[in-house]
Design a protein around this ligand. Sequence first.
Ligand SMILES: Nc1nc2c(c(=O)[nH]1)N[C@@H](CN(C=O)c1ccc(C(=O)N[C@@H](CCC(=O)O)C(=O)O)cc1)CN2
Length: 263
Amino acid sequence: MGDDPASVAYVRGKARKAAEVGLRSTVHALPEATPQAELLALIAQLNADPAVHGVLVQLPLPVHLDPQPVLDAVLPAKDVDGLHPVSTGHLWAGQPGLRPCTPAGVMALLAFYGLPVAGQRAVIVGRSALVGRPLAALLLNANATVTLAHSRTPDLGAVTREADLLIVAAGRAHLITPDMVRPGATVIDVGINRVPDETGQGRLTGDVHPGVAGVAGALTPVPGGVGPMTVAQLLMNTVLAAEAQQAQSPQPQTPEVSGGLLR
Ligand SMILES: Nc1nc2c(c(=O)[nH]1)N[C@@H](CN(C=O)c1ccc(C(=O)N[C@@H](CCC(=O)O)C(=O)O)cc1)CN2
């Protein structure tokens, strides 16, 4: 909703990647001033459409809208963003379900590089519903010992220095400096901050100071680290949701859809 340049770019990127892997997507771009009832009516229409396997509402919403009733309106079976309370319940109960995309992307990245999680002391900085909270549950489910730090945590450096695995999603450029990191720790930078540069366009940088590369055992870059994993996980969730819906109530598929979605 609206014309926030970052959201417009993220949605465009999601549609492009979906097309690349053979998923059909439709972007419903609504004007900033759209009333909540109109947005809820659109979600209800998509929920009821058997040709639609996944629905996501790009965040943030304009300030006049309360995000929670909007997220609650998405049918849990189609909740490819993993933000519906049913998905959250499954996650915290350690049951299978659709997981929020950025935290799931972090877990996929750790697995891909063979970085250990079980038994590790994991510290997350940032307690957002989109990243920090669900990531705490995913790490717990993977048998890490988890600390969730945030803007009111006193002596943040003392907490982060305890981490074998430090994940930063605070939304503050270069919050984590080299002295706050244990030598050899794995550091995952979820921050995406645009800071002024000489071109006037702004430069992307993370929540972790570049000097941390000299201390950490592994450090994800920004850009090109966790961000693209978010989109990959969205595509994965969409395929999982489609497969689960197909198993629940098999629909006749067009050849094009069968080729794209069913293995
Ligand atoms: N409904 C949702 N809204 C938002 C989510 C989300 O998971 N669900 N996450 C973010 C934005 N986001 C996806 O929506 C997202 C963020 C970053 C990237 C990415 O690939 N970043 C690149 C840099 C891109 C740039 O030039 O700005 C990178 O880090 O390399 C993809 C998706 C908030 N909203």
